[in-house]
Design a protein around this ligand. Sequence first.
Ligand code: ADP
Ligand code: MG
Length: 678
Amino acid sequence: MKLSDSVRKIKGVGEKAENCLNRMNVFTVGDLLEHYPRDYDEFKPLQPIVGLREGMVAAIEGSLSARPQMRTAGRLKILTITLQDESGSVLVTWFNMPFLRNRLKMGTRYILRGWVVRKSGRLVMEQPKIYTREEYHRRAGKLRPVYPLTAGLTNNAVTKAVETALRETEDLQEYLPTEIRKRRNLLGYKKALRQIHFPENRREMCEGRRRLVFDELFLYSLALAYIKKNDAVPSSHVIEEKPEAAALLDSLPFSLTKAQERVLGEIMADMGSGYAMNRLVQGDVGSGKTIVAVLALYQAVLNGRQGAFMVPTEVLANQHYRSLCGLLSDRGVRIGLLTGSLTAKQKREGQEKLAAGEWDIVVGTHAIIQDKVEFDNLALVITDEQHRFGVRQRESLFKKGEEPHVLAMSATPIPRTLALILYGDMDLSVIDERPSNRLPIKNCVVNTSYRPNAYKFMKEQIDRGRQVYIICPMVEESGESELENVTIYTEELREIFPSSVRIDSLHGRMRPQEKDEIMERFARGETDILVSTTVIEVGIDVPGATVIMIENAERFGLAQLHQLRGRVGRGSEQSYCILMTGQESEEARERLSVLAGSNDGFYIAREDLKLRGQGDLFGVRQSGDQLFALADIFEDAAILQEAGEEAKTFTGEELALLYKKNRRLRGRIERYLGQVTL
Ligand code: ADP
Ligand code: MG
């Protein structure tokens, strides 16, 4: 079996499984081997019953204190027992497993392992698996992979397929140069794969992961080095500062912060220099990056040139399009929108206008880097939420013009040293100040028993004309679809709130147009509560929203929570972030308290790093940015540093040679160059 073979080649993978895997972008054996576990299930030592807590998965051993009880509720058959050990007792329930009733005997000791939840105030273990002593001890201490799944696919099926693929793939040879592996003390490729999928213990998992993370970051650094332009590139687009921009500034309801002014000054200096700008603007969520971009675009247009503004999602493209129109249309600037969901005709018309110079500015998703799109006189290319784009996408847009100026914007608070590696080819500007009208967001971490209070609080805010986001996370295990999940939650909410409260919902599976309509209604203040998945994570700006409640906050990474929280606190009103936790582990509480204690993205990133620390984590990436399958630039900062150093030791010629000789390496580098990370 070869890496490039279809997953169907793997014994046991039939058509149905193949379709399921395809839906997760797993097509080849190689893809499957890089379908890394999202978590590991660990069979820990048995718990005394008195030590059970809500939200934990635990194993207990004990005997029945009475005969099993069976009742029916609707279509459900519910079997209940009370299991007791020396320390106490707990209720245990199974759904639709009536046959267990005769299997469970009084006087026998059982080991049960399952989720502990709270039902009507009491702890209940739900749907546990039953083990014999031998079975349990055989598994104890081992880590079992938990894979990302889609409906119709079981974890067991994926596990088996990966096992087979690991055993039977012939071309899993090493591709990293040996010296580097030695110097950096990295496992061989095959071993690393084995250890990340099927580690005997945490140490093995961490070792395997380290090697694979190194790969990602090293290859990314090489990709960057390969395209890197060391010398300043002369550009014919000399953009001079025009006085009309001052009138635009005067018309704004606010004045720029010092940091915004400074960064804008750096941009204008670049664009006026006769050399192509290549600059990254970093600024925490809500620091006001958009207006800086708008001013730069306006200057380009005032100089008779075109500008392009590329963003990672359609929702964001529409939002930026509207705000650009609001600011610039009256000033004679012609603005167009180009996204994937337009009709072929609309796209063609847009392309014609761009090519003829009838649009001055185009806002869009990656639809604007397609081959067919041509510009008349493109001088400035801006990408928002840069971390969502691959290197080559930035490049493609660059190639649309004659040495246009490039400006990338990112809210990821990367420490300077890391930014220099990740964006090694760019100059760096930082907006390190918030608009002065902002009150710090008030945060709280609460458990589900607080929910009625939270709703009451939301109602008060809504009565004062404010708006609310509720983030309900995707539940993978239950097999519920994203749609069902959001819809059910919304229905429940409609019953709780009076009908005067206008509630809408948004999720990733909707058609782009539908998403946009819902977002626009919310932005116009015609919706009071927006129930959403994390699709609103990047960039969305609705200053009237003052409350965000994040359900199951413990399931998100701190960086992602910070981005989500950044959807509020964007105006002058006091804003609130309610972090609701479904399960209370000490660790989750500690993590969330970092977020509750600060609104500063850089600080949070640093603390996150400290907390996750030494091998304590399972290597599960939680953040929403998807440039890397495993690597997390915060958590893996040290590896990024090493990988960056290694990549730097290659001269341009060596690199070109390596690139030619090592086809496998090359394939991987190319992937980074062109990766679409939407
Ligand atoms: P981000 O940096 O997250 O992209 P935005 O550019 O979307 O943030 O700005 C967030 C909000 O702050 C917007 O509603 C914008 O109009 C507003 N804003 C931007 N600059 C200022 C400023 N100097 N003073 C007050 N409000 C500002
Ligand atoms: Mg933004």
